[in-house]
Design a binder for this molecule. Structure first.
Ligand SMILES: Nc1ncnc2c1ncn2[C@@H]1O[C@H](COP(=O)(O)OP(=O)(O)OP(=O)(O)O)[C@@H](O)[C@H]1O
Ligand SMILES: [Mg+2]
Length: 303
């Protein structure tokens, strides 16, 4: 199934002294697993809260499955399951009873949906314990279970791996993959764990101070890399390559220079140098991780 799942246009939230989100234009398509990244305080949770109708936008609009979240909030959220920051549960009730309660609030949830959610997040054995006896990670898992129980088409998770142990992080990774691949859901999540996002997400948007500063498909970001050439007449060679599409020269130093380009372009760049009579003595490539890319984008933003 294709189509637009989340669309925001000029979405803005001003608190009294603080502009938390400023003119945000986002588009998430069905079937994507979309990572929303940015430093602390950059506006991720505020954006998610606006999508869920928990915070009123100051300006702009947001729609989920084509329904405006302000004018048609119920329709917009009908097929959405969500967990925002640390989920709030009734401490004196069991995990299972909390899911029953929240499931009743959100409509037609069956007992088997609840059992399935508990199983997916690995809480079945502790489902009858009171939530106040849960560890932080168990509460986090219960939050994810609660988001999944209505079997939504879109799952919105604000830092789903926050506070989980490495096994939990890895389980949530598998879980999120299965939501898109096996259950046909679309996932929108915020996270600081770039290594996880790299493995789980198909697309990302990076925000800083309430604005999107970069976005893209994860395979394209990872396909780019940094390459160092060692060659005679390095500055001339760098000059020649800098005129090729998709190439940015990063530095020239003596007989070496570095550039960023798609990995697939490197052989052609080498051929060009040889054809133009340069003597290429070494080429060293390094794939860029999502973290490399994120740090570069954030450095440029600060500069
Ligand atoms: N209710 C509120 N009243 C006033 N300011 C707020 C409120 N909620 C958020 N803010 C401010 O809005 C900005 C964005 O906060 P937000 O929680 O959206 O960031 P975040 O990207 O989710 O950060 P983190 O990664 O730490 O979770 C911050 O400067 C924050 O102080
Ligand atoms: Mg947040």
């Amino acid at each position: 199934m294709t189509g637009i799942c989340i669309q925001t246009s000029g979405l803005t939230k001003r608190f009294r002294r603080q502009t938390a989100v400023q003119g945000l234009d986002l588009q998430v398509e069905r079937g994507q697993s979309f990572g929303f990244l940015g430093p602390n305080g950059s506006g991720k949770s505020t954006t998610i809260r606006m999508l869920l109708g928990l915070v009123r936008p100051s300006e702009g609009s947001a729609a989920i499955f084509g329904h405006d979240v302000r004018r048609h909030g119920l329709a917009a959220r009908a097929r959405v399951g969500a967990m925002v920051e640390t989920p709030a549960f009734y401490g004196s009730m069991s995990g299972r009873d909390n899911l029953r309660l929240f499931g009743r609030l959100s409509g037609s949830v069956t007992q088997s949906d609840i059992e399935e959610s508990l199983r997916i997040v690995g809480l079945s054995a502790r489902a009858d314990d009171r939530v106040k006896a849960y560890s932080h990670g168990m509460k986090q898992r219960l939050g994810i279970a609660s988001a999944l129980t209505p079997r939504p088409d879109l799952v919105i998770l604000d830092e789903p791996t926050n506070g989980l142990d490495p096994e939990g992080v890895s389980e949530v990774r598998g879980l999120i993959r299965s939501l898109t691949s096996q259950h046909g859901m679309t996932v929108f999540l915020s996270s600081h764990l770039l290594h996880e996002v790299e493995q789980v997400c198909t697309h990302v948007a990076m925000i800083s101070r309430g604005r999107v500063i970069s976005r893209g498909a994860v395979p394209e970001i990872l396909g780019a890399g940094q390459v160092e050439f060692e060659v005679d007449r390095a500055s001339e060679a760098a000059d020649l390559l800098s005129r090729q599409d998709g190439v940015t020269v990063l530095w020239v130093d003596g007989s070496r220079f570095a550039l960023s380009a798609q990995q697939g372009a490197i052989a052609g760049l080498n051929r060009l140098l040889v054809e133009q009579g340069f003597n290429v003595s070494a080429i060293e490539g390094r794939r860029q991780s999502l973290e490399d890319f994120y740090l570069k984008v954030m450095r440029e933003e600060k500069a």
